[in-house]
Ligand binder design. Sequence first.
Ligand SMILES: CC(C)(COP(=O)(O)OP(=O)(O)OC[C@H]1O[C@@H](n2cnc3c(N)ncnc32)[C@H](O)[C@@H]1OP(=O)(O)O)[C@@H](O)C(=O)NCCC(=O)NCCS
Length: 158
Amino acid sequence: MTLRAARESDEPGLVRMLERVSRAGRSQRFFGATDTARAARQLATVAAGDLGLVAQSDRCGLVAHGALYRTGDGQAEVAFLVREDWQGRGAGALLLSHLAEAAAQAAIDVLVATVRYDNRAMISVFEHSGLPMELRYAPDSLHITLSTAADAAIALAA
Ligand SMILES: CC(C)(COP(=O)(O)OP(=O)(O)OC[C@H]1O[C@@H](n2cnc3c(N)ncnc32)[C@H](O)[C@@H]1OP(=O)(O)O)[C@@H](O)C(=O)NCCC(=O)NCCS
């Protein structure tokens, strides 16, 4: 499995990836019913200042997508989707570590994510990232804040 930047020409490959994700999985990522064509277009489109990454397997094509969307000065939202038959093999963790490194290099100190309470897999990926993490409880979701590696290094040295 190799990681690279997502590009517009990935749209057909992302449609195929999304077809291997259940409606429930897509709903965890997009918070609502999203058809695969629309979702693939969204994942393949990377606005200036944002970062989209895809994980590609020689045998299976695109198997995972992770993205960082700038939300303000020094802050960005992260979101992930891994093809169901590729989950639990470390793709989510790998994507997060690359996004966090890119964020630190771009002076993005804070990564945020909104996940459902029952999304153990995503919470576990964040917990195991080694990044300092804060949780805030909202009525129907969990708001997660992570400090990027640069912050962690500063905290350790102090
Ligand atoms: C959440 C998601 C991105 C995780 O990706 P992944 O590639 O399966 O995660 P990893 O393989 O890196 O697993 C990391 C950890 O999560 C754990 N994990 C993976 N799947 C799990 C599951 N279904 N239940 C509980 N823990 C799980 C792994 O055991 C691992 O823990 P460890 O470090 O203790 O071994 C993936 O499950 C997914 O695409 N879910 C649907 C979309 C979604 O929920 N997106 C998040 C909202 S933006």
